[in-house]
Ligand binder design. Structure first.
Ligand code: ADE
Length: 225
């Protein structure tokens, strides 16, 4: 999978996407993430990427043309048109099911919004999908794009090792994950559940399944409906 990110702040992504699991996956070639500075595509007299809204009102809007030029440049370089996503609180809220579908796409381009938003014409003409990371508003699309890219990448085959495998994780089968414990077996007088120490595989599986349902019922009853 290749992810292209259009942003006014490409330097924000470096420390996040070049570390840990995502950094390792980029080095191994399983995924490729490329950030594009939108300012490099502002060719008008004042090289502006934003301007005031028609009809008046507060704040600035991102201009259509630099976004269009940047996306067209990405398409030309890739030789294909990526699925173009705009990070926006108006989008459909992301969930694991949708991420799984999107992780099947080879090329995704993410537009990070800033200021008060983006000229509607570029959204209408270019954007395939608006994606929200939740019903709250952030100051820009960069952090949502990082959340989206991270969650997407870990679904790509070869990104997670067996140890990190996602099949049993929270939200994978619509249930939250069962509680887990590591050494020592007794910590500050609190023991690890006995069944986990028994070595009895079937009993461990049964316990985990029951706990998954119990945890989901307690924390996220909406998921069971
Ligand atoms: N930009 C600002 N808030 C956002 C959100 N909740 N999701 C996606 N993009 C955003």
């Amino acid at each position: 999978m290749r992810i292209d990110i259009i942003t006014l702040f490409p330097e924000m992504f470096e420390p996040v996407l070049n570390e840990s699991i995502i950094g390792r996956a980029q080095k191994s070639g399983a995924i490729e993430i490329v950030c594009h500075q939108l300012r490099d595509f502002a060719f008008d007299k004042h090289r502006r990427v934003d301007d005031t809204p028609y009809g008046g009102g507060m704040g600035m809007l991102m201009k259509a043309e630099p976004i269009a030029l940047c996306f067209e440049d990405i398409c030309a370089k890739l030789g294909t048109r990526p699925h173009f996503v705009y990070m926006s609180p108006q989008g459909k809220t992301l969930n694991q099911k949708r991420l799984k579908e999107l992780a099947e796409i080879d090329n995704i381009c993410i537009l990070c919004g800033h200021y008060e938003g983006v000229d509607q014409r570029v959204l209408d003409e270019f954007i395939d999908e608006e994606v929200s990371i939740g019903d709250y508003v952030l100051t820009g699309g960069e952090i949502p794009a990082m959340v989206f890219a991270d969650a997407l990448c870990r679904m790509v085959p070869g990104v997670l090792t067996n140890n990190e495998c996602f099949t049993e994780e929270s939200h994978f089968n619509g249930l939250l994950e069962y509680p887990q414990y590591t050494k020592p077996a007794v910590w500050r007088g609190i023991e690890v559940p006995e069944v986990l120490m028994s070595g009895h595989h079937a009993n461990v599986e049964k316990w985990r399944r029951e706990k998954s349902i119990e945890v989901t019922r307690k924390k996220r009853p909406d998921l069971l409906e």
